[in-house]
Design a protein around this ligand. Structure first.
Ligand SMILES: *[C@@H]1O[C@H](CO)[C@@H](O)[C@H](O)[C@H]1NC(C)=O
Ligand SMILES: *[C@@H]1O[C@H](CO)[C@@H](O)[C@H](O)[C@H]1NC(C)=O
Length: 395
């Protein structure tokens, strides 16, 4: 049923724009169509039984012979996948830019998304147990598993890590929980970093943070296990957020743009069907709820199970904070003034606690939003070129 909703939305967006050859292609097919080398690494098993797929662009078009390449490990955000890093094509997307700059590019896929929706025992279509995770598990289990796999295959000692949105949150979790991974990170680049969330302005999450502990609401609107929002929710948020021109309403009907926001100046409308054909790529409801808890608590901390279960799990009535001081690897923060999810004051608060801040870069476009880090027409000039320059300093 919900898949149908997304299907209809895809159709609408296809009609809104001219047909692009990448519509409906997978990450791998898009890379192949551009003539870049691509490898698929499937069923990388986590200690708790999830099977993750990774995609790799081992080199660019003009540097095939270069050996001992540094690894760029890129990690997507919520409801997203490896497609984020390639779907705008070789002129824009960062995976191609990194490959042409001499990096060996590895794209992760978190448990629960299109590529990693599998487990040795649980069936994602049937078993609630499969969906019993938030970005806590993505950070503390999936990221270490994938990083170790990449280091094993490449023989490198460290990776350059680039994370968008939840790809940054899960990174903070990894180093808070497993500080021994600091030494495997050369540099971390956070695009639209998310740690503290008390100042966010996203209407979807604001609503969610008000209702997050009302179970019935969660059940009927969000889906209990997999995040499968009902059309009632679209309508509700649409009324709050999208009383704008009709074209914007078309985009706004997508939960993905609802969460990330839009910026008509930087969004290439021809590319919307391409984006929509790989997103939303699947997440658990618990990932959403965990973010909603950060908004209402104002803390960057573990999942709140309620006082009694917290006491059993954590030995305290409230969940413990993540230990930001454990994030010893150098970090470059890229943030922007019009980001609905990553507010400037929240980024500053987080930055003040980071022990090894290499760069704090406010994107020089006041309208740059949360999804522009992936899809903006001028994303290279506004953001990626600065990120790659920082990476060169850590070569
Ligand atoms: C951000 O949120 C905190 C906690 O709710 C609040 O104290 C502070 O005033 C907010 N800052 C801004 C600039 O709105
Ligand atoms: C928008 O995307 C189309 C298709 O990839 C491309 O031909 C066009 O140049 C893009 N427009 C801008 C402003 O980047």
């Amino acid at each position: 049923m919900v898949k149908n909703v997304f299907g209809v939305l895809l159709l609408i967006s296809v009609c809104l724009a001219q047909q692009h050859p990448d519509v409906g292609l997978s990450t791998i097919e898009m890379i192949q169509r551009q003539g870049y080398p691509v490898e698929e690494h499937v069923n990388i098993q986590t200690p708790d039984g999830y099977l993750l797929d990774m995609h790799r662009i081992p080199h660019g078009k003009n540097n095939a012979g270069q050996t001992n390449k540094p690894v760029a490990f890129v990690m997507h955000g919520i409801l997203s996948s490896s497609a984020d890093w390639v779907n705008m094509g070789p002129e824009k997307s960062i995976a191609y830019q990194l490959a042409d700059e001499g990096y060996d590019v590895w794209m992760g896929n978190a448990r629960g998304n299109t590529w990693s929706r599998k487990h040795i025992t649980y069936n994602p279509n049937r078993d609630s147990e499969f969906w019993d995770f938030s970005w806590h598990e993505i950070g503390s289990i999936d990221l270490p598993t994938m990083i170790d796999y990449v280091l094993g295959i490449t023989g490198q000692q460290q990776v350059f890590y680039i994370g968008h949105s939840q790809g940054s949150t899960s990174f903070w979790v990894m180093l808070s929980e497993r500080p021994e991974y600091n030494s495997r990170i050369r540099l971390m680049i956070a695009l639209a970093p998310i740690g503290y969330m008390s100042n966010l302005t996203n209407p979807f999450f604001q609503l969610l943070s008000t209702f997050h502990n009302t179970l019935e609401w969660v059940l009927s609107f969000l889906g209990m296990d997999e995040f499968l929002p009902s059309s009632d929710l679209f309508t509700l948020i649409g009324q709050i957020a999208c009383n704008d021109e009709s074209f914007v309403q078309g985009i706004c009907a997508s939960i993905f743009f609802l969460i990330g926001g839009w910026n008509s100046a930087q969004l290439n409308q021809t590319m919307i069907p391409v984006i929509m054909s790989s997103t939303p790529a699947g997440s658990s409801t618990k990932q959403m709820i965990h973010y909603a808890q950060l908004i209402s608590s104002g803390n960057f901390r573990k999942y709140d199970y309620g006082m009694i279960l917290n006491l059993i799990r954590y030995g305290s009535l409230s969940p413990p904070d993540y230990i930001i001081e454990n994030i010893q690897a150098p970090v470059g923060l890229f943030y922007s003034a019009n980001d609905w999810l990553s507010a400037v004051v929240d980024v500053h608060q987080f930055a003040n606690q980071l022990p090894n801040l290499a760069l704090q870069f406010l994107v020089p476009d006041p309208r740059f939003n949360h999804l522009d880090y992936l899809f903006a027409i001028d994303v290279r000039e506004l953001c990626y070129n600065r990120a790659l320059a920082l990476m060169r300093q850590f070569a």
